[in-house]
Design a protein around this ligand. Structure first.
Ligand SMILES: [Fe+2]
Ligand SMILES: [Fe+2]
Length: 175
């Protein structure tokens, strides 16, 4: 994933500390912090995207394309969060707490599907990064576009960390 390599190296050290946490604590952290943050930032992003297109779309037509990509990302991400929270995570909590999982472990194969979705989200973010020239508004951009790009950057940074914790820490425990 594309991020400032130095910042990312520091983040990774921080995130890797979760390898020592219990599965229960890790899932609570992912949902309580990253899923909540994703939902809050997506709500801001969607209204800011529409506002930016309305106020500045005439001067910056690329904003329409960016808004459409944001819509796609938000739809996919909301589905993804729901599948994790309603199917995968409850089963993982059952296993962690010694109960028979509510869904059979073999069906945890959707994990591969979830990883594919992480890849798809990374692809959309990459495209958004290109379309926004690295989340940098053009010099003559007005407030609406600046706020929009700022939120996009916040969501992207949060997603990089979130996906790392799932792919590299949580899912590794099931292999
Ligand atoms: Fe997640
Ligand atoms: Fe995920």
């Amino acid at each position: 994933m594309m991020q400032d390599p130095e910042v990312w190296a520091a983040d990774k050290i921080e995130l890797d500390k979760w390898k020592a946490a219990s599965t229960v604590d890790l899932i609570h952290h992912i949902v309580g912090h990253y899923h909540r943050e994703a939902r809050v930032e997506m709500a801001r992003l969607e209204s800011q995207a529409d506002e930016a297109v309305l106020m500045e779309g005439v001067n910056h037509p690329v904003l329409m394309e960016i808004r459409d990509e944001v819509d796609r990302l938000c739809i996919e991400l909301r589905n993804h969060l729901a599948v994790e929270e309603r199917m995968l995570f409850p089963a993982l909590l059952d296993i962690a707490e010694g109960r028979a999982p509510s869904i059979p472990v073999e069906t945890l194969e959707p994990m591969r599907l979830l990883e594919d979705e992480h890849e798809a989200a990374a692809g959309l973010l990459k495209r958004l990064r290109v379309l926004t020239e690295g989340f940098n508004p053009p010099e003559n951009a007005r407030a609406a576009q600046r706020k929009f790009f700022e939120t996009l950057q916040t969501l992207a940074n949060s997603l990089y960390r979130h996906v790392y914790l799932e792919n590299q820490v949580l899912f590794q425990r099931l292999r």
